[in-house]
Design a protein around this ligand. Structure first.
Ligand code: SF4
Length: 1012
């Protein structure tokens, strides 16, 4: 890379940030969009991504080491597991000899279940084929899912078939058995429980809660600690501070006209169910003029550029530790106009005025990284505005006994007890504290002092290596359970498959410890819930709960609470000491528990677009000052704490802080996750749990190669007409509401190049014709559609070295553009599937007609005809065709030959598994179209109208941003959307007539700030 030119972008003589507008000689009324600093500098590396299909060094043959690593990835990504495990759960099995009346071999069957993460639970619908789960969707009847599923929830199905999962009981690291473990449990003399401690994540299972109550009754001096590396503890503590009682907080994003987020990435990592995106995006769909008035305005205050920040109208960068003072100033600004004329003061004044004007329709929310006082201040502000009870409601939290404590302080106390020899038996349920505990607690050393340490865990992980007993945990799709969402609604967690590696769930291990009458998960869950219903309706209520995926009558009652201002004590702003380091949940590995999931490792981070790594994110200003470049290794140090990690420049990052995602640098994960990235936990302490001051940062002189996809698929903008320069018609288009009101063609007119006539005669498309519309106003860029497409269409993961060569296989590319100056840009996300062009340029260059048009307007691929010339990919202006350079699936088959019973259990049998030398791309989920067509026929209906066909990306999208259907049916949603003024076709001037079009994003900026 020509770093000189890149640094010209980062610098000017006066040290002022330079944006693209300044970098470009040309000025325009249309905002100009850029993907990367290299694009701004127009480096040769960036030109390669634009002009060539792959960069210069994309070699066709891998070296041995790369090949081996790819094999490992494939093994995990395609699910190698025993055929013997391909069974239904024992209690639901019926002998096939007798058959099941409604069972059709080869047909998918769907079951409800539940997925919990970080104290949030969501209902699922799991698709199974012959007893093996293959696809996860959201349960439309569950209030936290509303039919959508997050990327992490969907990718969790891959974990069922992860060959690296814990497979056996270990005693002191050596193979043992469940029988020996049970005997060891029986021999424990726990007395009154004085030396007994439990450690788990946030418990959302009512059945486990009841067992916990039984355990604390049986052992009256025992204690239970809940600890999550990424949790809702600050939110709960903030509610307690503000209201004096434990309540759960429910922001009603759909009811708010003006929203201000205090470091809350509620559209991204901080809200791990689809609900927040569902609610927020409701007001971002514009179907009529009235809808224009509903578009909310979002202000975000944060350090790292989050997905929520990317969707904000206005974003203010600041260190995580400065947000508290901002919240206090905002509270004051509601009464007295703030002084000052800098950017912060203007932002504060404009936001306060806007919030006041919105009153009951305003909403201030605080994120989980912020301390309790910031949450309490947010409650106070909402109450002052009249928003409490309107845009934010509260429900009473489930009560626990005094011997259940949660959070980092509780873990600190526990670790102290362990170090002090007060803990003789520690039972760890489904957690990996040796990796996730703050570094200063030295959890591993404390664990060594516990005589009987037991861990139930899904992996042979860092904690498994340190405990006396490790027992394998069943995947949630293998075990019965239940999960409560934050509004109290409970879903039964149904298993889809018998535990492949003989794992047990937390409730089954607790049943062993308690020596309960019921030992099986099914009995434990069913008996718990049927006991809550009158005897006469028990069976019906149980069956209804399984069918609906929610247990009736479990929603928490609303709580009426009032803020007690006297309880809110704000600390004076601490002076900045050294560098501020912020810790973030990883969008891909969360807290490390998804580290061995190849789908997630290869899903580009929504903002950084990095895969297979985490990095220290620094602002362009800091990179400029310290002469740092992407991939430079830096050492972050404070006292004894030290972390060496690669750094990357993040436009829009707070200037005097750095951030790093958790969940990487695992030393004992599986073949996919071990040794990937850098363990931020090494410098995370209990007193600097989310952000920590006083660090110094210095380059080590070493380099780390980063696989960043932000320039992959960069599209060329040819100069078709003399005098009109490229980059004048953005691929992604936006307008403000005001611009749109004044001129409904504001989006359409951004295409400045006149349409050209095709040399081919235009065809009339009659009958059923498929098309898609993607609403950029609603899309948040969450990646859920990328993973949905991967799961549905058997899309392989390829590994870091192949991504570096531009060979990732995702059928949906999530392009992220920045707009504005490098130090403080806005961002826009744009999903790019195959455009299914009517005048498809890929088709007329294929020498073997492997890609041709169907009568219904689909750009089909005949895989067995493709000879791999790749002419089609070279001729695709959208760069959405992906070539199988290597035998992603054959390598998997090689493993099958070694272990013949292993099989590709995660595959969707309705979709061909592509081999080496084949071009592939989005098909509009043609298998779903065919399934609907067949169902129409078998149902005896005469005409297939196309109604009810839903693509995988559309089905899972939490923002309902994707519409699909028959564009010739004037009543279909997609046809109506395509008639909207803001509908546009990307690169329309090429006359390829894409069937996938976009609805331009409408923004609602505050005129006071937009002008400043
Ligand atoms: S279109 Fe894709 S990225 Fe956008 S909100 Fe929907 S699922 Fe998320």
């Amino acid at each position: 890379m020509d770093k000189t030119s890149l640094f010209q972008i980062l610098n000017n003589a006066s040290g002022e940030p330079i944006g693209l507008k300044q970098a470009s000689a040309d000025s325009s009324t249309t905002p100009e969009y850029w993907r990367s600093l290299d694009q701004l500098a127009d480096t040769p590396e960036f030109r390669q991504w634009v002009e060539r299909e792959f960069p210069d060094d994309a070699v066709a043959v891998l070296d041995g080491a790369s090949r081996r690593s790819m094999l490992k990835i494939m093994a995990a990504a395609f699910g190698l597991a025993g055929l013997a495990a391909c069974r239904r759960p024992e209690l639901r099995m019926a002998p096939q000899a007798r058959g099941r009346e409604d069972y059709v071999p080869g047909s998918p069957y769907n079951y409800t279940s539940a997925f919990a993460l970080g104290g949030h639970a969501a209902g699922l619908i799991v698709q199974t084929y012959e007893g093996r789960p293959t696809k996860i969707e959201g349960n439309p009847d569950h209030p936290a899912s509303l039919g959508a599923a997050t990327a992490l929830a969907q990718a969790s199905v891959l974990g069922v078939y992860d060959p690296d999962r814990s497979k056996m009981v270990l005693e002191g690291g050596k193979e043992s058995s469940w029988e020996k473990f049970e005997a060891a449990l029986k021999s424990l003399s726990l007395g009154d429980g004085s030396g007994l401690r439990f450690l788990s994540g946030t418990v959302t299972s009512p059945t486990l809660e009841s067992q916990r109550a039984d355990a604390l009754k049986k052992w009256p001096n025992a204690k239970w600690v809940e600890y999550e590396s990424i949790a809702r503890d600050n939110e709960r503590a903030g509610a307690m501070m503000a209201f004096g009682q434990a309540v759960d907080v429910h922001p009603q994003f759909d009811k708010a006209k003006v929203i201000l987020s205090l470091d809350y990435d509620f559209l991204g990592n901080d809200w791990p169910t689809p609900l927040a995106t569902k609610l927020f995006s409701k007001n971002r769909h514009v179907d009529s003029e009235e809808d224009l008035e509903k578009i909310s305005r979002l202000y975000v205050v944060e350090s790292q550029f989050s997905l929520t920040g990317a969707n904000a109208e206005h974003r203010l960068r600041m260190r995580g530790g400065d947000v508290q003072q901002f919240a206090a100033d905002l509270s004051a600004a509601l009464n007295t106009a703030p002084a000052g004329n800098d950017r912060r003061a203007k932002f504060l004044a404009a936001a306060a005025k806007d919030l006041k004007a919105a009153g009951r329709e305003a909403l201030v929310v605080a994120g989980p990284r912020q301390p309790a006082v910031v949450h309490a201040l947010a409650h106070q502000i909402n109450q002052t505005l009249g928003a409490a009870g309107s845009t934010v409601i509260f429900t009473k939290s489930p009560t626990t006994t005094g011997r259940v404590e949660s959070g980092v302080d509780a873990l600190k106390t526990l670790t102290g007890e362990m170090s002090g020899g007060q803990v003789s038996t520690l039972v760890i349920l489904g957690a990996n504290p040796a990796y996730t505990a703050p570094a200063d607690l030295q959890f591993g050393a404390a664990l060594a002092k516990v005589a009987n340490s037991i861990q139930l865990g899904p992996e042979n992980d860092e904690t498994a290596a340190a405990v006396k007993w490790h027992v394998p945990e069943a995947h949630f799709l293998e075990a019965w359970g239940d999960a409560r969402s934050i509004d109290g609604v409970v879903a039964i967690q149904q298993p889809m498959i018998e535990p492949i590696f003989e794992g047990k769930s937390a409730i089954e291990v607790m049943a062993l410890l308690l020596d309960s009458k019921d030992k099986k998960g099914y009995d434990l869950v069913k008996n718990f819930w049927t006991a809550q219903s009158p005897a006469a309706t028990r069976e019906t209520a149980w069956k209804k709960a399984l069918n609906d995926g929610v247990v009736a009558g479990t929603k928490s009652a609303e709580a009426k609470v009032t803020v007690d201002s006297k309880r809110i004590q704000t600390a004076p702003a601490a002076p900045a000491l050294g560098l501020d380091v912020g810790f973030l949940p990883s969008a891909t590995t969360w807290d490390g528990r998804f580290a061995n999931n190849a789908w997630m490792q290869e899903a580009p981070d929504p903002i950084t677009k990095l895969v297979w790594d985490n990095v220290v994110l620094v602002s362009p200003a800091m990179a400029r000052e310290r002469n740092l470049k992407d991939g430079d290794m830096v050492a972050l140090t404070r006292g004894n704490l030290k972390l060496e990690a690669a750094m990357m420049v993040q436009p829009g990052h707070a200037a005097n802080a750095v951030s790093i995602a958790l969940g990487y640098g695992r030393t004992r994960s599986g073949t996919v996750g071990t040794g990937i990235g850098f363990n931020a936990g090494l410098i995370r302490t209990s007193d600097g749990f989310w952000f920590s001051q006083g660090f110094s940062m210095a380059p080590t002189g070493a380099k780390h190669i980063l696989a960043n996809t932000q320039e992959h698929g960069s599209m060329d903008e040819p100069q078709l007409v003399a005098g009109i320069k490229p980059n004048k018609r953005p691929l992604v288009r936006e307008a403000t509401i005001e611009e749109y009101k004044k001129n409904a063609k504001a989006i359409e007119e951004q295409s400045e190049i006149p349409l050209l006539d095709s040399i081919y005669p235009q065809r009339t498309w009659e009958g059923l014709q498929w098309g898609m519309a993607i609403d950029l106003g609603a899309c948040t860029g969450c990646n859920a559609c990328v993973i949905a497409c991967q799961a549905e269409n058997n899309v392989p993961s390829v590994g870091k070295d192949q991504v570096l060569r531009g060979r990732e296989m995702h059928w949906i590319r999530m392009d992220r553009y920045y707009v504005g100056p490098v130090d403080d840009p806005r961002a826009v996300e744009q999903p790019i599937p195959c455009m299914q062009c009517e005048n498809a340029p890929c088709e007329n260059v294929c020498p073997v007609q492997a890609t041709t048009h169907s009568p219904e307007g689909l750009n089909d691929m005949a895989y067995n005809r493709c000879v791999g010339t790749r002419y089609c990919a070279n001729n695709c202006p959208y760069k959405v065709r992906h070539f199988n350079f290597l035998d992603w699936h054959k390598n998997f088959l090689e493993r099958r030959r070694i272990e013949p019973e292993l099989m590709s259990m995660v595959y969707n049998p309705d979709v061909t598994v592509r081999m080496r030398g084949i071009m592939e791309k989005c098909t509009y989920c043609v298998q779903r179209i065919q399934e609907a067509r067949i169902n129409t026929k078998t149902d005896g209906r005469r005409e297939f109208t196309g109604q009810g066909v839903v693509t995988a990306c559309q089905q899972t999208c939490p923002a309902d941003a994707i519409s699909f259907g028959n564009i010739n049916d004037p009543n279909s949603k997609v046809a109506k959307l395509k008639k909207q003024e803001r509908n546009y076709a990307m690169l329309a001037e090429l006359d390829v007539r894409p069937r996938t079009t976009y609805l331009g994003r409408l923004r609602n900026p505050n005129p006071d700030l937009e002008a400043s």
